[in-house]
Design a protein around this ligand. Sequence first.
Ligand SMILES: C[S@@+](CC[C@H](N)C(=O)[O-])C[C@H]1O[C@@H](n2cnc3c(N)ncnc32)[C@H](O)[C@@H]1O
Length: 367
Amino acid sequence: MASASSPDGTAMAGQGVYNCHAAIPAAGGALALPLFEQAARRIELDDGARPIVIADYGSSEGRNSLSPMRAAIAALRARIGRERAICVCHIDRPTNDFSSLFVTLAGDPDSYMRNDPHVHALAAGRSFYERTLPGEYVDLGWSSYAAQWLSRIPRPLPDHIFPDCATGAVRAEFVRQSAEDWETFLTHRAAELRPGGRLVVAQPANWGEEGPGSTGMSGIMDLTNVVLADLVSAGMVTAEEYAAMTIPAFPRRRGDLLAPFAGDVPFSGLVVEHCDVAAAADVAWREYERDRDARALARKRARFVRAVFIPTLMRQLDAGRSDVQRAAFADRLEAGLVERLIARPMPLSLAVGSIVVAKQIDVQLRR
Ligand SMILES: C[S@@+](CC[C@H](N)C(=O)[O-])C[C@H]1O[C@@H](n2cnc3c(N)ncnc32)[C@H](O)[C@@H]1O
């Protein structure tokens, strides 16, 4: 069994499954896409021959990175011409399915590699809570739906799986962990950014400025928790396994995103150019409004939960469990969620926090 505080407990479903069921992150990331294009137009560029470096922090299997990378490359090409090399570095945990990522880059009709022989894709399998790339290496950074994953679980939740549903002292520990991780994330990105570079981060957020607020995901996570309780009652999951199941993700509020920048001096040389919390489009709900197919809506929601959260929950199943038992757990959880969701079709009011930071140019270097 993975330890409850294991930093390696957050892999998405592999073998292309994440790519197929990631419409919710795609809609969230789309909100920050114009900011990323603008950042590509604003970064400081020398007129040397070194490759321009774009970093994609928390890429998963890559499909949702195609559109932002394409937009940034187009903006850069308008500035640097067609010949200068551009390197796109995809960073994720060592357990990420990087094969699916490279297959996507090679074969997807929307790949940013198409028709540009001077764009090169690289990958780094390392936690973004560490230094992942050399110092002052990155011109432009992007991170979508990844920075909300915490480096550790401060303590397992006693009766839920989703920290945003926690209250009181337990919630306070997640707030502290989330604040620490956000500073760590920014500190490493600051070291990796070139002076004049930009970093754009989009992540699931919490609407409320006061009180626990809401992320828009709480309803679905409540239902997932109810189905898990059913599986415990049915003897499919032990009480110990359930007790260790906590998703290490915590959506931040706008104030949390801005907290490191509250002082008089720039945080690690970074200054904020933009920060907002806005609603992502609920594409599945729009489709439901057209076709009124509650089962289809429920299946889309449940497949998203399976692709993003169930692999993390499965890590808490006892190490002695067979692959067949693990697959049966995932199938039963998904099927139970579909049945619950059919009974309650609901739109999601998904909050997305977007922030753009610029690495300051040393005043002495400015002319
Ligand atoms: C929900 S997926 C987002 C993928 C993609 N960026 C998108 O917008 O759809 C989150 C990704 O962040 C990665 N991730 C989580 N914690 C990480 C960490 N500490 N270091 C690197 N990657 C991490 C996960 O492995 C996963 O691939």
